[in-house]
Structures are given as C-alpha cells and as structure tokens.
Design a binder for this molecule. Sequence first.
Ligand SMILES: N[C@@H](CCC(=O)N[C@@H](CS)C(=O)NCC(=O)O)C(=O)O
Length: 219
Amino acid sequence: MTGRGMAPILYSFRRCPYAIRARLAIRVAGMTVELREILLREKPEAFLQASPSATVPALVTGDGTVVDESLDIMLLALRENDPEGWLSPPAGSLDTMVALIDEINGGFKSDLDRAKYPNRFPDAEPDRSWERAMARLNGFAPILACHGGWLFGDRASLADMAILPFVRQFAHIDRGRFDAAAEPPLREWLDGFLRSEPFAAVMEKYPVWNPEEPGVRFP
Ligand SMILES: N[C@@H](CCC(=O)N[C@@H](CS)C(=O)NCC(=O)O)C(=O)O
C-alpha cells in the first residue's frame, strides 16, 4: 500500500497489450509511477493483494485506490493531463472511441486469442479466427486512409493507442501472413506506431520486480 503523496504503483508486464496501452497513456500524461514488472506465472503476493482481478496492468494510486482495468488507467491519466488531446480527437467523441475499443476488446480479441493460443481453446478454429480478425482490421483501412493515418482524425487518439498494442500482438502471430493480407493503410498505421518514440519509450526492458525493493521509476 502506498501512502498519500507517494508515486502511484503500476504493476505491469512488458509485452501485455493491456499494460502497453496503460503505459502509453501514463507517459503522454506526464504521470510518474513506480513500475513493478511482474511475471504472470509467478505473481507476487503484494500484487495479488492489490489487484482483485489478478491481471496486469493494475495501478495503485497515492491514496490506495486500485484501478485494474487498462482503459480506466488510460482515462485516469488522461483526465489528469491530456497534452496531445487523445480524449478529444478531431473526428469523434470519447463515447465513440470507447465503443470501438470495447468492440475490439470483445470479438477481435477473442479471435486473436484463438489464433494465437489454439491449445487454450478446445473449440478453436485458429485459421478462421485469424481470417476474421484480419478482416476486422482491414475494415479500418478506409477510415485510416481518409483520416490521414489515424482512426479519429489526423492525429493519434485514445482509440489508436488503446487498439494498436493488440494489432501488434495479432501481427506478430505471423508477420509475413499479416503483411500479405493487410491493406497498406493498416500496415502503415502499425509500422508507424512500432517505429515511434512513444512506443520505444514504453517498451524499455525492466528487471522483474524484487518485492524486497522499490520498483523502477516510469517513464
Ligand atoms: N481487465 C484487464 C485485462 C488485462 C489482462 O487480461 N491482462 C493479462 C495479461 S496481457 C493478464 O494479466 N492475465 C492474467 C494471467 O495471465 O494470469 C484490463 O483491461 O486491464
């Protein structure tokens, strides 16, 4: 538990797309946290005590409030400070962005998991799931082309930053297959993100947190 005035604690796992989106928002908002990198197969006791869902990311704020939904962490950080206007995109509203994020976290994520981890799902049809997920992403292509490369206007928004970590995870299942199937605006959207400074900054490698010591300062 942190005391009042102390930096919030972020339990994180580097490659987790939910944790990546939370770190992107924390960083752009200029928030500083104590990052505790954990292993999902060896969750530390302090994390299990803090997070009711036992999932990362989990943010423990200065007053001890626990936020264990990645989108809520993004909103908390950005409502504090949103210098790039992620919450107010040129061509959309917060409600339309959240609706799209929820939709992607539903059907698309379910197909992504079935394509990536078929052994975990006895009923999985990985190939069909892959094709369906790919088709869903290609559905973004005309919007990206029309908006100059982003989902809700000509600059990055909450929706782009919440969704791109999952596009990355999906593309990494088989990058060659993704590149062959992806419409150019989709590929450019992902590649631009992967090459970006914010992405590099949130993907820095940190040692696994030792519960005897403080975590590391992020960003
Ligand atoms: N509700 C969570 C879901 C996060 C989630 O599922 N994270 C995965 C890692 S990518 C996790 O912690 N899984 C628990 C586990 O593997 O034990 C959120 O959006 O933050």
